[in-house]
Design a protein around this ligand. Structure first.
Ligand SMILES: O=C(O)c1ccccc1NCC(=O)[C@H](O)[C@H](O)COP(=O)(O)O
Length: 215
């Protein structure tokens, strides 16, 4: 387990500045912006810059990629609005670290994946996002995976994703003790638009789970 007194929250797949501002105001730690053209939540570097401009300086802005061309990552970074990278495809470690920006690696929990071995292959990663595996769908599946597969003693920050929502996130935190949680579809009202009431409920559920854990 990675030392953690408060579960960090990332909400992924924002597409509109006003919506991003409202989500930030709920008290989330990080906003995810999807730079994967096939996603229904995809944004361009220009749209991302407009979202980045409205957010406060202490909110992380994560740029999410799936096996990108380096030029796309560089174009996104050149906006100056991205604070960390999330690689959600099959990118090797050398590719992930070449940009010189903190990154975390998504691991899709396919059957038979040795999670601890996969983690060991990315010594330069600042953390790992463990997501559900659905063939042909790299992320944002809305599906859960078996949380008993989350390693309990790997010593690296782990972010749990896949099918989380305000109703099941407390149980997920109790069971896995992860550093952070990442949600998309479970707090969404339409593709790329987050339901602010659901995000508020998420933040309250995480705070209650953390309080129960420390008390
Ligand atoms: O959200 C997408 O459309 C997406 C597309 C391709 C790769 C990754 C994608 N999202 C990644 C995320 O970080 C999601 O938050 C994560 O997969 C969980 O999604 P959900 O199950 O909908 O909460």
């Amino acid at each position: 387990m990675y030392p953690n007194s408060r579960t960090r929250i990332k909400v992924c797949g924002l597409t509109q500045p006003d919506n991003a501002l409202a989500v930030e105001a709920c008290g989330v730690d990080a906003i995810g912006l999807v730079f994967y053209a096939a996603s229904k939540r995809a944004v361009t570097p220009e749209q991302a810059a407009k979202i980045g401009e409205v957010l406060g300086p202490l909110t992380h802005r994560v740029g999410l990629f799936v096996d990108p061309e380096p030029a796309l990552v560089e174009a996104v970074l050149s906006t100056g609005h991205i604070t960390s990278l999330q690689f959600h495809g099959d990118e090797p470690e050398a590719f992930c670290r070449r940009f010189g920006v903190p990154y975390f690696k998504a691991l899709r929990m396919r059957p038979g994946l040795d999670c601890e071995q996969a983690i060991a292959a990315y010594p330069s990663a600042s953390g790992f996002l463990l997501d559900a595996f659905q063939p042909g769908q790299p992320g944002g599946t809305g599906e859960r995976f078996d949380w008993s597969r989350v390693p309990s003693h790997c010593g690296r920050p782990l972010i749990l994703a896949g099918g989380l929502n305000p109703d099941n996130v407390a149980q997920a935190i109790r069971q896995t003790n992860v550093y952070g949680v990442d949600l998309s579809g479970g707090v969404e009202s339409a593709p790329g638009v987050k339901d602010v009431a659901r995000v508020r409920a998420l933040v309250a559920a995480v705070a209650a789970a953390d309080a129960a854990r420390s008390g």
